[in-house]
Design a binder for this molecule. Structure first.
Ligand code: FES
Length: 270
């Protein structure tokens, strides 16, 4: 889903665009991955390269250049570039702060993250600071829901960076923005100290003990931790629903049938 926040000001468009030799080689490498006649499939990565080269946005001249390179009508490139929020149709600040506010992040406090960003930077969502250092944007799910709330910060500078900052609180969000303002790059990833998306508590999710209150496939396990007798084990195979059985029939590998007995007919005696 595409979400637009803030106003779109008229933008001064450059008259021409072409990839630098380094970006051209990168683009050609991507195009070469597609079979002859399917080069248009490279449009998305090429738009990203153009955005990096233009330091944060995709000018119209870059879309025309890519359309020509891929042999597709320019309007097809405009359609792709304007649909996805990851392509910016106007210049953004040096640090593009994209805060996810989709349901899992919202339930984990993204409203507070938006508030602290707006307060620290002195701008509402959709705006860029006067010094051109930060642009604040609200985006849809960025696929890191398990470490919600989170934000993505893309920094268009000599050392281009595109990082996720996760397990945010108003406090650690303020620290991240302070560090960026000072020209530092804080450690990306979960800010809570956990590694990647491991459980935030002390018990690994894959280790559990069966007891009277445990439930496997909706069936109560008998008291006494009789793991061997638990549903889903060889001693007590799970009852399959009609859907499960149908899936098994469609996928014989998942539900192999016993081998059929074969008998050899004796040939009649001559
Ligand atoms: S909902 Fe925020 S990353 Fe998925």
């Amino acid at each position: 889903m595409h979400r637009t926040t803030g106003k779109v000001a008229p933008v001064a468009q450059p008259e021409s665009f072409e990839f630098t030799p380094e970006h051209l080689a990168e683009a050609q490498g991507i195009i070469a991955k597609y079979p002859e006649g399917r080069q248009a499939s490279a449009v998305m990565p090429l738009l990203m390269i153009a955005q990096r080269q233009a330091e944060g946005w995709v000018p119209k001249a870059a879309m025309d250049y890519i359309a020509h390179m891929l042999g597709m009508p320019p309007v097809r490139v405009y359609e792709v570039a304007t649909f996805y929020t990851m392509y910016n149709m106007e210049p953004v600040g040096r640090h593009h702060v994209q805060i996810c506010t989709t349901t899992p992040c919202w339930l984990r406090g993204s409203d507070e993250i938006v508030k602290i960003c707006e307060k620290k930077l002195g701008i509402p969502l959709g705006e860029t600071t006067v010094d051109g250092q930060f642009t604040l944007q609200e985006v849809e799910c960025l696929g890191a829901c398990v470490n919600a709330p989170m934000m993505q910060i893309t920094s268009y500078c000599k050392d281009y960076r595109d990082e996720y900052y996760e397990d945010l609180t108003p406090e650690n969000t303020a620290e991240i923005l302070d560090a960026l303002a000072k020209g530092e790059f804080p450690k990306a990833g979960p800010q809570s100290g956990r590694n990647a998306s491991e459980p935030s508590g002390s018990t690994p999710a894959t280790i559990f003990k069966l007891d009277a209150s445990s439930s496997v496939r909706g069936e109560q396990v008998k008291a006494g931790n009789d793991v061997a007798a638990a549903p889903g084990t060889a001693k007590n195979p799970p009852k399959l629903s009609r859907d499960d059985r149908d899936a098994g029939e469609e996928n014989p590998a998942a539900n192999p049938k016993p081998a059929r007995k074969t008998t050899t007919k004796k040939s009649p005696k001559a």
